[in-house]
Design a protein around this ligand. Structure first.
Ligand code: SF4
Length: 379
């Protein structure tokens, strides 16, 4: 059987991309032992709240899955990796009436769902209290309109109120390192609070989709494996992995780009820890060569979904024998296809991989010679 590095070598966009030979071999070994309904399927999601186009896939309509913030661009917590920057491109809806107007306007423009979020208070809670009746009203008026709510930390009462409001999915970041919670988030809470929140959410009937931000400790991996253990104990509907975006960080407290090979190792461990729930790579991750490396490892580790994939990933997945599908949805609703609505259904659009590869190749300059993928060998 052809070695996976050789298979990757045949994919042009992976030229000059360094991959760890030992890690790739481990991914191949582990992948062959995986069992379950999610094994072998990969879905590529095209997000809409970012400009997106590669030679393989094109983005879907701009207003299909808007992100809305109930605090506009404001956030009291001001974490070091974000400083509220993630809220800036979101549509502000600071009052329940404004939320109602925004949602009606977005639905008129073709929205099919939204990510509802906001800045946190100093306890890492998003104060949705005044908004629950409006969320309920939206779901009554537009039952097909999907709402994925970024919960932040919750207690049992809040989790129940979220459930009662009728949202379709609850998302929260799980942090496993006390040092990261204190230093990066400036938060007087602990990893047990994150676990308790996840426990409260998974005790409801909500579809719960936690996120783990890889490299959250100034670009280093620190609490990720503990976060993975927390997630494993509470068996959510799916897990979304994202890699920290260093450019959000302030100059005084810079973040390194997370090491793509360590990120790949974490993918491998996450897949092994959660073999039977969908594992998705969300849209936040570094750009450039690191993104291509990270995405290639995600495909090889057997993740089930990648939001706005780097060039070459459709071809890589096809060459590895995966069943490739495409869903025109934002990564926050990537859970949608795998989790939200559709238990057991074949989701996404099946694509003609040969056509995709042929089109990609016609758009590239011919290669001068067969190139090789540089191989990283661990010390
Ligand atoms: S990550 Fe969330 S809580 Fe932290 S600064 Fe950004 S918006 Fe605020």
């Amino acid at each position: 059987m052809t070695a996976w590095l050789d298979i990757a070598c045949a994919v042009e966009p992976l030229d000059d991309i360094a991959l760890d030979a030992e890690l790739v071999a481990a991914m191949r070994r582990r992948y062959r032992a995986l069992r379950g309904g999610h094994v072998g399927r990969i879905n590529f999601y095209t997000p809409t709240f970012k400009a997106y186009a590669t030679s393989e896939l094109t983005g879907c309509g701009k207003s299909a899955w808007p992100a809305v913030s109930i605090t506009g661009g404001d956030c009291q917590l001001q974490c070091d990796h974000c400083k509220a920057k993630i809220l800036e491109p979101m549509i502000p809806a600071r009052t329940p009436d404004e939320l109602w107007r925004v949602v009606n306007g977005e639905i008129e423009r073709g929205a099919r769902g939204m990510l509802l979020s906001g800045g946190s208070n100093l306890r890492d809670e998003i104060e949705y209290d005044a908004f629950y009746p409006t969320i309920h009203r939206i779901k009554r008026a537009f039952p097909a309109f999907k709402i994925a709510l970024h919960t932040a930390l919750v207690d049992r009462d809040i989790a129940l109120r979220m459930e009662d409001s009728g949202i379709d999915a609850a998302m929260m970041d799980v942090i496993g390192s006390q040092d990261t919670i204190s230093r990066v988030y400036h938060l007087r809470r602990n990893a047990a609070d994150f676990e308790r929140s996840l426990e409260c959410l998974t005790a409801t009937a909500l579809k719960v989709v936690p996120h783990i931000v890889i490299g959250l400790h100034y670009g280093k991996l620190l609490g990720e494996w503990n976060a993975l253990e927390i997630v494993r104990r509470h068996r959510p509907a799916a897990l979304v992995l994202v890699a920290v975006m260093p450019f959000y960080a302030p100059a005084g407290r810079p973040f390194a780009t997370p090491d793509p090979h360590q990120v790949g190792q974490f993918f491998l461990d996450a897949r092994a820890a959660l073999p039977d729930i969908p594992l998705l790579l969300g849209c936040a991750r570094p750009a450039g060569a690191a993104k291509t490396q990270i995405d290639a490892y995600a495909v090889m580790a057997g993740l089930n979904g990648i939001a706005h994939p780097a060039d070459g990933m459709v071809e890589l997945a096809a060459r590895l024998g995966r069943e490739v599908r495409v869903t025109p949805a934002c990564c926050s609703i990537a859970l949608g296809d795998e989790v939200l609505a559709l238990e057991g259904a074949q989701s996404g659009i099946s694509i003609d991989v040969q056509q995709v590869i042929a089109r990609e190749r016609s758009q590239r300059r011919p290669r001068a010679a067969l190139s090789r993928i540089p191989v990283v060998v661990r010390a």
